[in-house]
Structure formats: C-alpha cells, structure tokens
Design a binder for this molecule. Structure first.
Ligand SMILES: [Zn+2]
Length: 299
C-alpha cells in the first residue's frame, strides 16, 4: 500500500472517543491515529530559523519577505557573540497527545499543534518498531515541543535535545525522561512532510547502549564523521546521529524524503556510511526481514 492511500485514512480522536471511532477497517490500513488528551489552547510560541532570508510563519506566502520580520536575539558564547532569529506566533497547542504507530506503539507528544502532530506521525512511520520501543523505554515521557533547547550560552531556537538535566522552568515535565524538539525544527523541513531532527534525536537514544555505533565503520570514515561539526554542538556522535537520520529517510517510500536521505559526496548520507550502518545492531538483530529489506541499497 502506498503512503498516499494510508494518508487518506486519518483518524483524530479524543481519549474518550478512541474505542468507538476506530473501525476494523481503520485498524487494517494502519490509519493515522492521533489521540488528543486535551483541547487545543491558544499559546504564544517562538519559531526559530537558521536562515532569516527565508519566509517565517508570520509571512504570508505571497506577501513581502524580509529580514525585519524575524526577531533577532544576540547571545554571548565562548566563541563570541552570535545572533539567533525567531518569530513569535499564536498557535493552538495541545498539551498532551499520543500518536499510535505501527499498530500498537503509542508515543506521547506534548505541546504540539495538529499540524505538528501530523508531521510527527509521518516521521515516526519511518522508524522501525523496535527502535520506537527503545525510545519508549528510555524516554518514557515521549516528545516535548519547545521554543528553545539548552540554557545560557547553549540556548538555541533550532534542533532538538536529549536533556541530561530536568529544567526548572517546566515543573510538569522531567526533561531527562523525554526528547525536546524546537518549533523551529518542525518549521524548517515542513515541506518535506517530516521532521528530520526527530530522527536525529532518536539516533542519540540508540547510541546509549550501542545499537548504533562507530565500530562497523571503516577507520577513515569513522575519523571523518567523529570530527565533523554539524552544529554548535561539537559532540563526536552528532554526525553518527545525522547518518542515522538520513538512512531512515533513504528507506522512505516518498521520493522527496528518499532523495533527502541520499547524497553522493556527503559522508553522512552516502553508500559507505549506509553500508556501515547496516552492520550495526539497530539494523541487524533489531529488524525483521520486512524492515531489513526496506533498508537495502536501491537502484
Ligand atoms: Zn545531536
């Protein structure tokens, strides 16, 4: 079945309605199942960008696009001052929802709009069931959408984070039990229909016990990847998590997403890196035959 057929079968229900709304047919076609536990509430959120020349959520698609429409925020870092950009908008936020993926895996998602939940659902579909179960074990509170990640000199309106500390600013949540995704990250690749940052952060969860690791990479490739600076975050695992992110996109049945996951000449998404990932436990013992065939080399 194509993703387009699946997409037509959307089921959006509140907690109480779940049982009655889901017909046998819905279950069979693996409908998009989003369970909203709270009503949407209007909330001010900040949507960041890496590129202030691109239109933001405040720009109408036909209206003027200008730098001035992004709010600038200067912060001091050890490497000198940098400028961050965001737009503040009013969004209809659902505090608690769950997305059901692959039939029986529920992923909790907090502070998302319906549009965000649709992007997250399409993103989770790219992740093998065994990987999502590890996310639920290691990050039982799921995904929390947020204006920013990090604090002080590390603050960012972009990307995501597997936090090591519980933020005091959000007493409801224990950040060590969840994955943070910025609204900017969801905005950045919305035309792709998925959020690559979510896949990158799931990659970090799979590095905890080595389900993905560098030991299956050729020596030179390992050195290159470990030394690649992918963002303000200098960690040696950043490029490995990007490689995981691109590999999941490569296995997508959507041509655009697949193309995004494949670029000869980019060490994070070329064949050498894919072949090394295929030898990692995440893609050997954690996958059944069907999923393993999805990750096979194409064409
Ligand atoms: Zn990372």
């Amino acid at each position: 079945m194509s993703e387009h057929q699946v997409r037509a079968q959307q089921v959006r229900v509140t907690e109480d309605e779940l049982i009655v709304e889901l017909s046998e047919e819905d279950r069979e076609v693996q409908a998009m199942i989003i369970i909203e536990s709270d009503h949407p509430q209007e909330v001010q959120i900040r949507v960041g960008t890496r590129n202030p020349r691109l239109p933001g959520p405040l720009d109408s698609p036909r209206g003027p696009v200008g730098r001035s429409r992004w709010t600038r925020e200067r912060i001091r870092t050890r490497r000198g001052p940098i400028t961050l950009y965001y737009q503040e908008i009013t969004a209809r936020i659902i505090e608690n929802a769950r997305i059901r993926v692959h039939g029986d895996i529920d992923i909790p998602c907090h502070r998302a709009t319906r549009e965000h939940l649709t992007l997250l659902e399409a993103t989770f579909r790219l992740v093998p069931p065994s990987h999502l179960r590890l996310v639920n074990q290691r990050k039982p509170q799921g995904f929390l959408l947020s204006n920013t990640t990090g604090r002080g000199a590390n603050i960012s309106y972009m990307g995501g984070l597997n936090p090591r500390v519980d933020y005091r600013s959000t007493p409801h949540y224990n950040e060590t039990q969840l994955i943070l995704i910025t609204y900017g990250a969801l905005w950045e690749n919305r035309d792709l229909g998925i959020c690559p940052t979510v896949l990158h952060e799931i990659g970090h969860v799979l590095t905890h016990r080595g389900e993905i690791n560098y030991s299956h990479f050729p020596e030179e490739r390992r050195r290159q990847l470990a030394g690649t600076r992918t963002s303000r975050n200098p960690g040696a695992l950043e490029a490995l998590c990007n490689a995981y992110m691109y590999f999941l996109c490569y296995a997508s049945s959507s041509p655009d997403v697949q193309a995004y996951g494949n670029r000869a000449g980019d060490i994070q998404r070329d064949r050498v890196t894919r072949d090394a990932l295929r030898r990692c436990p995440a893609f050997t013992r954690l996958l059944d035959e069907t999923w393993r065939s999805r990750f096979a080399e194409r064409g």
